[in-house]
Ligand binder design. Structure first.
Ligand code: NAP
Length: 285
């Protein structure tokens, strides 16, 4: 029997990769809906679309991810992370649909010396993190059959990302300040899409962490240096800068070392977790 999967936010970087991978599977019918086809903030439209398509699965790749802009755009686009999720969760409950959505390490405060487990205490430090925590709760409070995948800084997928920004700035000979005390597990979107396919294919439920493996975390500066080296660009243009000296255009609290623990995912799909440098190398060639 064909499994019908409806992907919302299908034009996002992640959405395109997820759709591409599911389209390779013979037992799946993918219905890819960009924002023009379905605005998840419009509850009536969400209900009408699910009623018409009757998917067994919704994968939501829509979101507002600009952490800096999120501090000043509370009432408008940020709502997609919470109210949008609420609309999807309520509709999924009504039609008994399995819902998968994506969250972020920004639900944690980054003060732990150890990688975070899925059920560790959430303590977001900024509006983006609060909106992602809200979205998680909209889903977990209304559904039993759901999957939330938390991840870290994503690159790849064909759109604008941090790798292309580093290449652009250094390629133009412009110095680029990069934080050396903000730690990440940079993650190739194609790998996150493959992890999503693996989890969704098995109807896995609950909250899971997935990133490329960066051990205790790599600083943004170290990541940028690796990008510069792989692209043959001048890494001396990268200026190692403490977070407190970075210009975000306004005050912004960031979780300095919120690294997502991968034990649960690794137990199920160990072959799908690879070191961040290997993933970056295969992306950049
Ligand atoms: N990017 C990261 O580093 C990162 C890290 C961890 C987790 N995540 C999560 O992964 C997911 C995908 O991220 P991404 O980086 O691939 O996203 P992205 O490329 O920034 O795209 C976001 C997409 O959401 C769409 N969208 C916004 N509001 C919408 C609405 N009301 N209805 C339907 N679609 C809407 C946007 O459409 P328009 O372009 O038309 O506005 C856009 O296509 C998000 O949940 C994000 O929070 C991302």
């Amino acid at each position: 029997m064909l499994r019908k999967i409806m992907v919302t936010g299908a034009c996002s970087n992640l959405g395109r990769s997820v759709v591409q991978l599911f389209e390779l599977q013979s037992n799946v019918e993918v219905v890819a809906l960009g924002r023009d086809e379905l605005d998840i903030l419009d509850e009536a439209q969400v209900i009408a679309t699910v009623e018409r398509l009757l998917p067994s699965t919704i994968i939501n790749c829509a979101g507002f991810n600009d952490v800096v802009a999120a501090e000043s755009r509370l009432s408008t686009r940020l709502a997609v992370n919470t109210r949008g999720l609420c609309n999807l969760a309520r509709t999924a409950a009504k039609f008994r649909v399995y819902l998968c959505s994506f969250s972020s390490k920004f639900v944690f405060n980054g003060k732990s010396l150890e990688p975070y487990d899925e059920d560790d205490e959430k303590w977001p430090l900024n509006q983006y993190g609060i909106s992602k925590q809200g979205g998680e709760e909209m889903v977990s409070n209304q559904l039993e059959n759901y999957l939330i995948i938390r991840s870290d800084l994503l690159y790849g997928g064909g759109g604008d990302d941090w790798v292309s920004r580093i290449k652009e700035e250094l390629g133009a000979g412009r110095p680029l300040p990069v934080s050396d005390d903000f730690f990440i597990a940079p993650t190739y979107i194609g790998d996150l899409a493959a992890a999503t396919v693996a989890l969704v294919s098995e109807w896995v439920a609950g909250i899971y962490h997935y990133t490329n493996d960066a051990g205790p975390g790599v600083s943004c500066y170290e990541f940028a240096c690796e990008v510069a080296a792989r692209a043959g660009l001048d890494s001396s243009l990268l200026k190692a800068t403490p977070m407190r000296e970075m210009d975000f255009g306004g005050p912004l609290n960031l979780p300095e070392r919120a690294i997502l623990g991968l034990d649960h995912f690794k137990k199920m799909f160990p072959a799908l977790v690879r070191p961040w440098k290997q993933a970056l190398a295969s992306y950049m060639g």
